[in-house]
Write a protein that binds this ligand. Structure first.
Ligand SMILES: Nc1nc2c(c(=O)[nH]1)N(C=O)[C@@H](CNc1ccc(C(=O)N[C@@H](CCC(=O)O)C(=O)O)cc1)CN2
Ligand SMILES: Nc1nc2c(ncn2[C@@H]2O[C@H](COP(=O)(O)OP(=O)(O)OP(=O)(O)O)[C@@H](O)[C@H]2O)c(=O)[nH]1
Ligand SMILES: [K+]
Ligand SMILES: [Mg+2]
Length: 465
């Protein structure tokens, strides 16, 4: 942690009538006092009370007015960062913002690193690490569900659950360690039944959190949906339809899409991550083969697979492909797309509807090119996504870093359970419990002593946050 006074523009560049320049650190108030003159001239910034706003001008070194602004003062510890902070609301001109930053730098401030305000808020105990990460998630939230998860985490729901777990683990160790201290007297302070109940409960809660990640990850990053099929069936046309944008190249040339294309889109309050893939066919082309390998890799990663069929092809061909893809996507949710219905005869349609391989499969008959049947596909996707209603008390893991720490904690907890079952010495059991506590502390930040880890987390933030 450093004692520098930092400054940055916190609003989006190049947009809006007003911009906010944030200053934080021990010289924030003095620096702003030098560059700001209040209109009523009765008070300077040094004597401006915390959590008040005053109206005045920013004046440069030549005594010229740079802008007419509002200036808010926050006095330590009552600010976002916990330090003395000042916010200057100026006009949105990039020139004005640059001038104000330069004046602040001339008065001893330096530019803030990405996430540095929030990092300071964390360092000063305003929030724990998982809450600080929720701030970034909140900024990035693109759907109602992602927003709700981030707000819940920001308000500390997840932190509370972790702190409860941690407290239970500490109880557990103190019981065991008490027993160790008195071991020569052969006293069993820690009632083994009680220990078992406690650790089983801890294991249950940890498992519940770990399992919640599949929902949390889907909500935060979008549900991966792979669009797959033979060449020229209309996969890229479908992607463009889903994104409502000409994102992928479409042509009547087989093998147009060579690499995968991923793009997110939200509808029905659910965020999807659509993945267009290279069409599957036998090919001698090296690059195309690599693309097809990726197609299969993307099928593995997807939650939902959309096998696309070109309804104008022969029933034999369609049956063959459908049978293959069902085999290759076992365990995945499938929605078959029967495409190009604009060119489909009534007779062929009836034949396709009666196709045995599609009998028990959800199917959407549509025209990716002209849009018929598209709303039904959207509905089918929302249903398949199956995102549960999230309410304010739900604790859901959304962050891969947290998920990994929970898995490590869980490993240690399982060793504890095994140790108790096998009557292992309390010393070893206690060691594993400490390890579990350590991993939980990585999530809230309590056990992070390494600046590099923090730097990695906060550098993913935007400047000014
Ligand atoms: N102009 C502006 N808007 C903003 C922020 C900001 O820093 N500045 N925020 C930044 O993310 C968010 C609001 N979060 C904030 C959180 C705490 C404090 C704060 O001053 N806390 C003090 C006083 C609390 C109180 O009065 O009860 C404290 O915690 O002691 C300010 C903003 C979103 N909007
Ligand atoms: N009539 C009709 N033509 C379509 C439809 N969807 C796609 N096409 C046409 O089918 C051809 C292939 O479309 P693409 O979207 O490039 O097919 P693809 O599956 O991505 O092909 P590859 O990337 O080569 O595997 C183009 O000429 C499209 O205009 C549709 O719903 N109806
Ligand atoms: K094509
Ligand atoms: Mg394509």
């Amino acid at each position: 942690m450093n004692n520098d006074t930092i400054c940055a523009v916190s609003t989006a560049p190049g947009q809006g009538a007003i911009a906010v320049v944030r200053v934080s650190g021990q010289h924030a108030i003095a620096a702003c006092n030098t560059i700001f003159k209040a209109k009523n001239n009765t008070r300077d910034v040094l004597s401006q009370r915390g959590q008040t706003v005053s109206f005045g001008n920013i004046i440069n070194q030549k005594g010229e007015t740079v802008d007419e602004v509002l200036l808010s003062v926050f006095r330590n510890p009552h600010s976002y960062t916990g330090e003395d902070s000042v916010e200057i609301s100026c006009h949105g001109s990039a020139f004005i913002q640059q001038q104000i930053l330069q004046l602040l730098i001339a008065n001893g401030c330096r530019m803030a690193e990405p996430g540095e305000y929030t990092q300071r808020a964390f360092m000063n105990g305003k929030m724990d690490l998982s809450q600080a990460e929720a701030v970034a998630d909140l900024i990035a939230a693109e759907s109602a569900a992602a927003h709700k998860l981030a707000i819940n985490q920001l308000k500390g729901g997840f932190s509370e659950e972790l702190n409860r777990l941690r407290a239970e683990l500490l109880d557990f160790t103190s019981l065991i360690e008490l027993e160790l201290d008195f071991s020569e007297e052969e006293v069993e302070f820690a009632n083994r039944d009680q220990l078992n109940t406690l650790i089983n409960h801890i294991e249950l809660v940890t498992t519940k959190l770990i399992n919640s990640f599949s929902v949390g990850n889907a909500v935060k990053n979008g549900i991966p949906v792979a669009i797959v099929g033979e060449t020229n069936v209309g996969k890229s046309t479908l992607l463009n339809r889903l994104l409502n944008e000409e994102r992928a190249i479409v042509s009547d040339i087989h093998g147009t899409t060579r690499d995968t294309i991923e793009e997110v889109m939200t509808f029905g309050g659910v965020q999807f991550r659509f993945i267009d893939t290279a069409g599957i066919r036998d090919t001698r082309d090296k690059i195309e083969s690599l693309g097809i390998e990726r197609t299969f890799h993307k099928i593995d990663q997807a939650t939902i697979v959309l096998p696309v069929l070109d309804s104008t092809r022969s029933i034999t061909e369609l049956t063959q492909f459908a049978t293959d893809i069902v085999e290759k996507t076992s365990g995945k949710q499938r929605i078959f797309i029967v495409n190009k219905i604009d060119s489909l005869t009534e007779e062929k349609r009836t034949a396709l509807q009666a196709l045995p391989v599609l009998m028990n499969e959800p199917c959407c008959f549509l025209s990716a090119k002209f849009g018929q049947g598209y709303e039904k596909l959207q509905q089918a996707l929302i249903t398949a996504a199956n995102i549960p209603e999230i309410d304010a008390s739900d604790v859901i893991v959304t962050n891969a870093r947290h998920y990994e720490a929970l898995l490590k904690a869980q490993e240690a907890i399982l060793r504890v359970i095994e140790g108790l079952n096998n009557n292992i010495s309390g010393e070893f059991v206690s060691q594993d419990i400490r390890e579990a506590i350590y991993y939980l502390g990585l999530i809230t930040g309590g056990s992070i002593t390494n600046d590099e880890i923090l730097g990695n987390i906060f550098h993913k933030f935007c400047i000014g946050k």
